[in-house]
Design a protein around this ligand. Structure first.
Ligand code: XMP
Length: 508
């Protein structure tokens, strides 16, 4: 598989670079900036991209690059800080000119080159830098400039090394994708072969190779990730796969039925439906502390998987729907802690099973394309993410049958109205939260003292950051009226208008 590796020097946009490359149908992965050169070479990448970064090459804590990277005879594109590092490492000059550039800037090409081949001589690009390259290293030609950057683009076509001060990965650089394509197809000689069909074929072959004739289990949650992983493995090993769907009683309205229907009736994948609602409720009885809730639920999942793996003899493998974004998150040092508690919803870490992770190379939107190609029904392909611990972490305080019913009904109304308004797919998530407080209201002529429901709706690209969704007032009005009128035990509806960070998407 042709691969272009992006070395992450800590820019806000590093992840976006890999994503844009993949949108050009070339597989790309983000790796830490200090990955040993030998490890990089061993992967035989077709090209390397050095991301931007927040520091100056002259800062005491500047992230450095091993100059042997430029000796690998692999094309390299340095973007922003990446270009300055390349310059610094290869003997050019980076200067603190005092002329920073932030935002849209006009770029003028001064001579022909590879990166801007077939692109307009003057174009808008998006800049975000303080230092500038003033003298490129020997062998490089400056091919473009802006008012504040005498060397905004530089190329060494012989060694296939390129630097660009602006950010081709952001949408504010209108020709950004064309610039990346020129690097990928003209400098790296890549071919655009990373397609949904190739993803499916490659992963089915890899799964067969990994698993052989052994039995495999898959914890199916009904979400698009685990469902797609299960379908890929089923395609690879057929009935040697058994899916385990745990109905812990913390699911949304009609959720269990939809999952069972799809897998048992439509795909005919061997499925064990573990109905264990009462067990989970008993374990959660009296528990109010969020982390304790997650721990209890996670552990119980483990026990169930263990029991099923033992029942199905010769089970050596566990399928997991880990995504590329999860891999990146755990690879970027400071994101690891956030993620650890997310694995609670069904990752049996202490089980003696080898993991099969067919989605670890792809993004959520690519998973959805694969899912559609594999025939997963639309309502599952486009299902918004739902946490493993389910409604338990959206009920603040104790989880009881009564409170679960309240939340489930309110949530169903919100989903119905969000869909009716045509917004379901535009939102990363939309759901209700049931706080552990009550307030006074008046219904008819009587006083009520009941729970509020909080509406939480966010937009996001990958759940690492999120913004609260600006839902239309008419939709909010309908949802509020319906919830208060139709759900017993609720007399007030509130809207959560917090972004992430500093809040998180879920409340617990
Ligand atoms: P937070 O609340 O940390 O959530 O902003 C980020 C994303 O992760 C989902 N989430 C989970 N998913 N098991 C999961 O499978 C979990 O324990 C879990 N906790 C949060 C959350 O819904 C959001 O999409």
């Amino acid at each position: 598989m042709e691969t272009v590796l992006v070395l992450d020097f800590g820019a806000q946009y590093s992840q976006l670079i890999a994503r844009r490359v993949r949108e050009c149908r070339v597989y790309s992965e983000l790796i830490p900036y200090d990955t040993p050169v030998d490890d990089i070479a061993a992967r035989k990448p077709k090209g390397l991209i050095l991301s931007g970064g927040p520091t100056s090459v002259y800062a005491d804590d500047a992230l450095s690059i091993d100059p042997r990277i430029f000796e690998l005879d692999i094309p390299v594109l340095g973007i922003c800080y990446g270009m300055q590092l390349m310059t610094h490492a290869l003997g050019g000059t980076v200067t603190k000119t005092g002329n920073s550039e932030f935002g849209k800037t006009e770029l003028r090409l001064s001579r022909e080159g590879i990166l801007f081949d077939d692109l307009p001589e003057r174009q808008t690009c998006w800049m975000s830098h303080r230092d500038s390259v003033t003298d490129p290293p020997a062998g490089f030609e400056p091919t473009g400039s802006t008012d504040s950057s005498p060397v905004a683009v530089m190329e060494n076509p012989g060694r296939r090394l390129f630097g660009i001060q602006c950010h081709p990965e952001v949408v504010h650089t209108p020709h950004g994708t064309d610039i990346l394509k020129n690097f990928l197809f003209n400098a790296c000689d890549c071919s655009p072969t990373w397609t949904v069909v190739s993803i499916i074929e490659d992963s089915v072959a890899a799964i067969r190779e990994q698993v052989g004739d052994h039995k495999v289990i898959c914890g199916l949650s009904g979400g698009v990730d685990s469902s797609t992983a299960a379908l890929l493995v089923y395609r690879a090993v057929g009935d040697n796969l058994t899916c385990i769907f745990v109905d812990h009683g913390l699911l949304r309205m009609n959720e269990a039925e939809q999952v069972i229907d799809a897998f048992e009736n439509h795909f005919r994948v061997p499925l064990v439906h573990v109905r264990t609602q009462e067990k989970f409720l008993t374990l959660l009885s009296g528990v109010t502390e969020p982390e304790q809730k997650r721990k209890i639920i996670g552990e119980q999942f483990i026990r169930i998987f263990e029991a099923e793996a033992q029942r199905l003899e010769d089970t050596r493998f566990l399928v997991q729907g880990t995504l590329y974004s999860d891999v990146i998150e755990s690879g970027t040092r400071d994101a690891a802690r956030i993620k650890s508690h997310h694995n609670v919803g069904g990752l049996p870490v202490d089980m003696d099973l080898e993991l099969v992770e067919p989605l670890r190379n792809i993004f959520k939107d690519e998973v959805r394309n694969v899912a559609a190609e594999l025939g997963l029904p639309d309502n599952m392909v486009w299902r918004q993410p739902f946490p493993g611990p389910g409604l338990a972490i959206r009920i603040i305080g104790e989880v009881t049958q009564e409170r679960l019913e309240i939340l489930r009904k309110a949530d169903f109304i919100l989903q119905e109205e969000v869909r009716r308004a045509g917004l379901y797919r535009k939102l990363w998530q939309s759901f209700c939260v049931l706080p552990a407080i009550r307030s006074v209201g008046v219904m008819g002529d009587s006083r009520t003292y009941a729970y509020p429901i909080v509406i939480r709706a966010v937009t996001s690209e990958d759940a690492m950051t999120a913004d609260w969704a600006r839902l239309p007032y008419e939709l909010l009005e309908t949802v509020s009226n319906r919830i208060i009128n139709e759900v017993d035990g609720v007399n007030r509806v509130a809207l959560d208008i917090s972004s992430k960070p500093p809040s998180t998407i879920e409340w617990e």
